[in-house]
Design a protein around this ligand. Structure first.
Ligand code: ADP
Ligand code: MG
Length: 686
């Protein structure tokens, strides 16, 4: 009988309610889900050797004859140990199984079987523990390449494999080819039925490589076509505002207390060009911490206001919004522009008044937090939108703000340096500009890695900085005692913000020390941050809430406790809080455990200040799934592609996607491909 791919997996022979539930926990509900449940690894059981050739440590198969009975010995309580010896013409191997009573009846003395397992070999003895075995020539569990699946307890590899086999048996060549033949031929791709079969049951390395390449190609091509379609429908169907460039923009730029860097100038120029077009702008500005993105946004917002529109900037935290608010007020003080703040930390009365000024149009520039997204925030004529630190917001929030204007221009700013390949995928719906230059005279932050033994020396360094009139950040990964208890035993000790603050207070009774964490009230957090900014605090012990954006140029030392617990991108972002003034700055990464992985990651931090290099390494070590929560962007996770390893395929598919999109959208031969794109992307609304 033939099944349809949308059928639930319980229709497969051997899948009862219990197994179905287990598969469901893996995200496998339908036959289609199952077929696209790809192996995480493979075990090659095709290679057979003679006993004399077996090498210590290798996993390998060999044929041998059982030389006598299987003996059973009881050890430690209920544990049973089964032993026997097998031979071929070149030597003998001693085999041992634990608690596998069935072996006794399954292995007949004098008969020959194929065994597979890991070889343990020393000078005069060859052993194998718990080998797999079967009748010679049956080739069920040996003699082939076996897929190994990500699994869950209760679901064995054998079960998954046989359910998979059963499914393919019932389905036959069921999968409709959606790639036009010309694309398959031009790019040397196997057809879809072969690809799906051989990814689960490869004959040899080559068939696996071919299968994988086809599936990676599909995954990347469909994604890129989907993103192009989104971008197309967004950009081409809407008519946005055609701004002019006010003469006053140049005056504003020339009056700034500093000269723009070349990189800033270039991005400003691009944005002003975008603004003059009727196509709504959708631009991402990427720039390392401290590269001066804020002023670029401010210039564009200034121009929008001079065109008679309102402009808004959304920041991820109240502290940051307030900081932008204060600097914008100063920046625009001579230009007759009203700057308004709207954040969750304000009183109900303050908010009400702010909303009134926003809806009346009295507020020209609005700075705010998520509070801006509420339904009762209504603009008179919103024409320009900026979201700061984009990676903190989901795509949905971005579009919610856009809906408050009539196809306004939008600018998205992120300090998170994303390698170009990933940016193309993550932000495929945006145009991208990069500020790849820091303002002059920025000194790189000198970074050191230490263990806890060096705390005394660190303390004298702390007092040296503070006595020279400067300030110190200490960053900890966690806040509450409770959270620590949840942690597993093998994790290194974690200190809370309060504990660390107490320790520093003991060592430095004369310094002003405060702590800050995410669960404090907004007003409290803002107060402490303000005190730190005004130098009423010497040492600020904090969680990562300080990660985003606040500018305290007098802070020259950052100590990061349990640095091993942070991702590289987060460490880089944190480190960007120092090195903002004229004085040399330092970052101390304090680790409590030193695995190879930790050492590798910390070494990258001590060696470079280049956010792009760091991000690339981070991506390499952790993979794109983890990197900044790719999921939050509303994109599907990759099932098989790895944008690092598959860089070449990514380039191929980029070219193919562009060509298809420009030339083949109405070609009947491409219809099933576009159907596939549409069905895949119907769930995703960017
Ligand atoms: P980020 O890109 O991290 O948001 P900011 O916009 O906060 O960086 O800029 C960091 C600091 O650099 C601010 O104090 C800003 O006034 C200053 N700055 C920006 N551009 C320049 C420049 N061209 N020359 C000197 N200082 C600049
Ligand atoms: Mg910023």
């Amino acid at each position: 009988m033939k099944f349809s791919l949308t059928e639930p997996i319980r229709y497969v022979k051997g899948v009862g309610p219990q197994k179905e539930k287990l598969f469901n926990t893996l995200g496998v509900y339908t036959l289609n889900d199952l077929i696209y449940y790809f192996p995480r690894d493979y075990e090659d059981r095709t290679k057979k050797k003679q006993i004399i050739e077996l090498l210590d440590g290798e996993r390998v198969a060999f044929d041998a004859t059982v030389n006598g009975n299987v003996s059973i010995v009881s050890i430690r309580g209920n544990m049973k140990m089964l032993k026997t010896t097998v031979v071929d013409s070149t030597g003998s191997v001693s085999l041992t199984w634990f608690n596998a009573i069935y072996v006794k009846s399954a292995l007949k003395p004098g008969r020959t079987y194929t065994f597979f397992g890991q070889v343990k070999r020393n000078v005069n003895k060859i052993e194998m523990i718990n080998p797999v075995f079967e009748e010679c020539g049956s080739d069920k569990n040996t003699g082939k390449i076996l897929a190994i699946y990500p699994s869950t307890s209760g679901l064995t590899q054998n079960t998954i494999r046989s359910v998979m086999q059963e499914t393919f048996n019932s389905l036959g060549d069921k999968f409709d080819e959606f790639l036009p033949e010309s694309i398959r031929l031009n790019n040397n791709l196997v057809d879809i039925n072969n690809a799906l079969y051989y990814i689960h049951f490869p004959d040899d390395e080559e068939s696996y490589i071919e299968a994988r390449r086809r599936l990676v190609f599909d995954e990347l091509l469909l994604l890129q076509l989907g993103l192009m379609q989104l971008k197309y429908s967004k950009d081409y169907n809407k008519v946005g505002i055609k701004f002019f460039v006010s003469d006053e923009v140049n005056k504003f730029i020339n009056n700034l207390p500093f000269k723009l860097t070349n990189a800033q100038n270039k991005v400003v120029e691009t944005i002003l060009e975008d603004m003059q077009s009727t196509k709504p702008m959708n631009r991402l500005v990427q720039g390392d911490v401290g590269s001066g993105k804020t002023i670029v946004a401010a210039i564009a917002m200034f121009n929008a206001v001079k065109n008679g529109y309102q402009a808004v900037m959304m920041a991820p935290t109240g502290i940051l919004a307030e900081q932008h608010f204060n600097s914008f007020k100063e920046l625009f003080s001579e230009y007759n522009i009203n700057v308004e703040l709207l954040s969750g930390g304000m009183t109900a009365k303050q908010k009400k008044l702010a909303k009134e000024r926003i809806s009346s149009g009295e507020a020209n520039i609005v700075i705010g937090t998520h509070a801006l997204l509420e339904d009762d925030v209504v603009f008179k004529n919103l024409g320009f939108i900026v979201t700061d630190e984009q990676h903190r917001f989901g795509v949905k929030q971005r579009s919610k703000l856009t809906e408050k204007g009539e196809n306004p221009d939008t600018l998205v700013m992120t300090a998170t340096p994303i390698p170009r390949t990933l940016a193309l995928i993550l932000y495929g719906d945006l145009d991208i500009s990069i500020i790849d230059e820091l303002p002059p005279n920025r000194k790189p932050v000198e970074t050191f890695l230490i263990g806890e033994k060096l705390q005394d020396r660190l303390n004298s360094f702390v007092s040296k900085e503070i006595d020279a009139g400067r300030q110190v950040y200490v960053v900890c990964p966690l806040i509450e005692e409770d959270e620590e208890k949840i942690d597993l035993q093998d994790k290194p000790k974690l200190k809370t913000v309060m504990e660390v603050a107490e320790e520093y207070k003991k060592v430095f009774p004369n310094y002003k020390i405060e702590f800050l964490h995410g669960q404090m009230k907004q007003s409290q957090k803002d107060e402490i941050m303000l005190k730190f900014k005004n130098h009423e605090i010497d040492i600020l012990v904090s969680t990562t809430v300080i990660e985003v954006g606040v500018n305290v140029p007098n802070a020259t030392l950052m100590i990061i406790e349990n640095a091993e617990r942070f991702g590289l991108a987060a460490l880089h972002q944190l480190r960007g809080r120092v090195g903002r003034g004229d004085e040399k700055s330092y970052c101390i990464l304090k680790c409590y455990s030193f695995s190879d992985n930790t050492k590798e990651r910390m070494n990258i931090m001590t060696k470079t200040n280049d956010g792009f290099k760091i991000a690339e390494k981070d991506l390499e070590i952790r993979g794109p799934g983890e990197f900044l929560g790719v999921r939050q962007h509303g994109l599907p996770e990759f099932k098989i592609a790895n944008i690092f390893a598959d860089n070449l395929v990514l380039e191929e598919t980029s070219k193919v996607a562009k060509d298809i999109f420009s030339n083949r959208r109405d070609d009947i031969n491409y219809k099933s491909l576009f159907d596939k794109v549409n069905s895949k992307f119907s769930e995703i609304t960017l």
